[in-house]
Design a protein around this ligand. Structure first.
Ligand code: PGA
Length: 241
């Protein structure tokens, strides 16, 4: 595991963007899974700026979302799909056929999960999974106790996660009871994992990872020993060991 501490928001986003750029320099058609949340917003802004400056071609890469709300259509502005389109995918030169976003409103949600897995498999698996971290240790929507060998599947969301996510929607959007998420098995199979950890609320979860004792109550510890893991943490987490 490589662990990088950053002092400013600029450095946090910049170091994450540099990781994406170095992957794309080696593998321009990389398959990349993208997270939603406040943590990656600066990274996405940086990737857009690098692309606009001609420094980072994104048009050969393939993008997948990590997770989505069940019952929420991609066109709904509360969806994770809409978030990724706003912050990155619609703002860069990326062909539509290189983007695969989960359809939270799919009539057959199991078939939708299987189609997501098949689309990733068709690219030879993920070259990079970019992850945020939940304060309860979740990665994507894999909550404490989640299996470590799963592909994309439906999960109930914990009250903690629903409350954390509701805070982003002052319009009173009711966070759904279930999510659709790439499973930990699929995330662990990614050749590289970039875990972005920001803010003091994540200290305990980051501490669980750094303790290097795999524990299903802390899903992030499934990444212990991953040979391609990079963790980028911000200044608020400096004291965590
Ligand atoms: P955040 O969410 O980036 O909004 O903190 C991270 C997560 O819950 O995975």
């Amino acid at each position: 595991m490589q662990l990088e501490w950053t002092e400013t928001g600029e450095a946090f986003a910049g170091q994450a963007a540099a990781r994406v750029a170095s992957l794309l320099a080696e593998t321009p058609d990389a398959a990349i899974a993208l997270p939603t949340g406040s943590t990656p917003i600066g990274l996405y802004a940086r990737l857009r700026a690098m692309e606009a400056a001609g420094e980072l071609p994104l048009s050969h890469a393939h993008f997948f979302n990590l997770d989505e709300y069940v019952g929420v259509a991609p066109a709904n502005r509360h969806s994770f799909a809409a978030f990724l389109r706003r912050h990155l995918l619609d703002e860069a030169d990326i062909p539509a056929e290189h983007i695969r976003l989960l359809r939270g409103d799919a009539p057959d949600i199991e078939a939708e999960a299987a189609a997501h897995d098949a689309a990733v498999a068709a690219r030879g698996g993920l070259d990079l999974a970019i992850l945020g971290l939940g304060s309860n240790g979740h990665i994507a929507f894999n909550e404490p106790g989640a299996p470590w060998d799963a592909g994309t599947h439906v999960v109930p969301l914990t009250e903690a996660t629903r409350m954390a996510n509701a805070a982003y929607f002052p319009d009173g959007f009711q966070v759904p009871s279930h999510g659709l998420t790439m499973g930990i098995g699929m995330i662990r199979a990614a050749r590289r994992v970039l875990l972005m950890v920001s803010g003091p609320a994540k200290a305990e979860a980051l501490g669980a990872l750094l303790a290097a004792r795999p524990d299903p109550d802390w899903p992030v510890t499934a990444l212990c020993g991953h040979p391609g893991l990079t963790v980028i943490a911000d200044a608020a987490l400096r004291g965590v060991r």
